[in-house]
Write a protein that binds this ligand. Structure first.
Ligand SMILES: C[S@@+](CC[C@H](N)C(=O)[O-])C[C@H]1O[C@@H](n2cnc3c(N)ncnc32)[C@H](O)[C@@H]1O
Length: 291
């Protein structure tokens, strides 16, 4: 397996920071109270806070955590999943990785026992003991650089999955939530949206195709479950957009008019692309197979 290890093919740390280091105060205006920045899981009557808590509960249940597990959260954002695991499992130890200084500072100043937040790239993370479960929520979208060939993308996901496999106990869970590319061909309007998102909002990043992930997981992980909740992401983006618009004056004061306009356009474009089946939202539960 060592021969498969290759140079990192994802977005550079600078490109990732460009998006997340717009400022915690800016994101606080329109994210939920827990500062979760990924698709929620909606049920009848939910508001954003409740739908985000429902999503965290769902993902935690997928990992089948029962007690004193060691857990890794790759791409931990402002730390909401780590805090949710610590709350629900009083003996679990959670390590969270982010590349964003703003997220790191925030997560470290909202400490909880048994949570260790690090400013660290996943491929530099070498724990002294294996984990029982790994989460990767809304981060895989950054692990392949825009414009690679299908083979290069599959190899890049395989490098990530090999790394996760190497730091998990046999039978351990890997729970991924990621945007994916849909199967409907893009028309000219959609192409404009997709290019805007790739160039202006998520530089150097590109979401996966399901076949690339399935191929990359061969002989490493079995698939336990996979759902596509793309309309949940359209609804999450619509709620983020409504909240951002309601706070436009304050958002412009914090981040400037240009950034605020770009974020409104990004959320509008995302709603359109999830509704049009050009983008999908996968929640995937994997289990490490012994090799
Ligand atoms: C959209 S945010 C999701 C945050 C969080 N999981 C949530 O749901 O709120 C993506 C996260 O991935 C992190 N990230 C991106 N590339 C990374 C890498 N190579 N190594 C570690 N973290 C990375 C970013 O710093 C950010 O915290």
């Amino acid at each position: 397996m060592a021969s498969e290890i290759q140079e990192y093919q994802g977005a550079s740390p600078d490109a990732v920071r460009q998006h997340y280091d717009v400022g915690t105060e800016f994101y606080r205006l329109w994210l939920d109270a827990g500062m979760t920045y990924s698709c929620a899981l909606w049920a009848e009557g939910d508001d954003l806070d409740r739908a985000q808590r429902r999503k965290l509960d769902y993902l935690i249940a997928q990992a089948r955590i029962t007690g004193a597990e060691r857990v890794l959260d790759i791409g931990c954002g402002w730390g909401s999943l780590a805090r949710a695991i610590a709350d629900r499992h009083p003996q679990a130890h959670i390590t969270g990785l982010t590349l964003s200084r703003d997220q790191y500072d925030y997560a470290r100043t909202h400490p909880a026992d048994r949570i260790d937040i690090r400013l660290e790239h996943w491929n530099a993370h070498g724990p002294d003991r294996p984990y029982d479960a790994i989460f990767c929520v809304g981060a895989l979208e950054h692990f392949v650089r825009f414009g690679l060939s299908r083979k290069e993308r599959t190899d890049a996901y395989r490098a990530f999955l090999i790394h996760c496999h190497s730091i998990l106990h046999p039978g351990g869970a890997l729970v991924i939530q990621t945007i994916g590319k849909g199967n409907r061909p893009l028309g000219p309007d959609s192409l404009t949206d997709v290019q805007f998102l790739a160039n202006e909002i998520f530089p150097e990043s590109e979401p996966p195709r399901l076949a690339e992930l399935a191929h990359a997981a061969e002989k490493l992980f079995e698939f336990r479950s996979l759902v596509n909740d793309r309309l949940d992401y359209a609804r999450t983006c619509a709620e983020w957009l409504r909240r951002l618009r309601a706070q436009r004056v304050e958002a412009e004061r914090i981040a400037g008019a240009t950034v605020t306009q770009a974020y409104e356009r990004y959320l509008e474009a995302s709603i359109r692309q999830f509704e049009a089946e050009h983008l999908v939202l996968y929640r995937i539960s994997l289990r490490k197979v012994a090799t």
